[in-house]
Write a protein of this length. Structure first.
Length: 221
């Protein structure tokens, strides 16, 4: 590495200082909304997808499990796979994608459902597991009822049923306020014990670079 000449040192220092001032004065809520011309290129999700491994299919021990398999077979109305994506059109758009196995696994998931990378082979899961309610506030309870109805109408939740079937493990639902707002949002606690769903999934398996406005800005420049 060569040292900077004396006449370049002030200009280099000023440039570095201006960049520092820019980022140090950036509000935390605007983290993804401010960038400079000197920012290096980011790895976009599209670029990263060229090296992704195929999405995992359902493990053999799960397919061989009689409890859950029977529950799904006997109650297809509770396990509908609904997606706004027209899979054939989606596949046509991605015909030139260099990572064909990954694209095929995504299309397979859109048709038959995705497996969330969970490693359940070494976990002695119960036949059923109900979740204790975190919600005590009457207004929160009413909000959750309204939200559930909307999710059912949109096809995101299955229709209501009264008893957990073999192989079903319920996830606790709670309510939180949206950031800097009095509005409410419904949350599911996938880290709730026992049998935390998040603990069954390796973080390294689900870590991907998500696109933001910086990526859009670089494309539009």
């Amino acid at each position: 590495m060569y040292p900077l000449s004396a006449d370049l040192v002030p200009r280099y220092a000023n440039k570095r200082r201006s960049q520092f001032d820019f980022w140090s004065s950036r509000p935390s809520y605007a983290r993804s909304f401010m960038w400079s011309e000197d920012d290096g290129a980011r790895v976009t999700l599209a670029k990263a997808s060229e090296t992704f491994l195929p999405l995992p299919s359902v493990p053999k021990h799960e397919l061989d499990g009689e409890r859950a398999t029977a529950t799904i077979t006997d109650n297809p109305h509770l396990f509908k796979i609904i997606s706004p994506v027209v899979v054939t059109r989606f596949a046509d758009y991605l015909m030139a994608h260099p990572n064909t196995p990954f694209v095929a696994s995504v299309c397979e998931g859109l048709v038959n459902g995705f497996w969330p990378w969970a490693d359940t082979a070494s976990v002695p899961l119960p036949v059923t597991l109900d979740a204790r309610s975190y919600i005590r506030d009457a207004a929160h309870c009413e909000f959750v009822k309204e939200q559930i109805k909307k999710e059912i109408d949109y096809g995101c939740f299955s229709e209501t049923f009264t008893k957990l079937l073999p192989g079903m493990l319920a996830v606790p639902v709670t309510v939180a306020h949206k950031a800097r707002s009095t509005k409410l949002r419904m949350c599911v606690n996938h880290s709730s014990e026992p049998f935390s769903r998040n603990s069954m999934i390796k973080k390294s398996d689900v870590s991907v670079p998500l696109d933001n406005l910086q990526d859009l800005g670089h494309i539009l420049r």
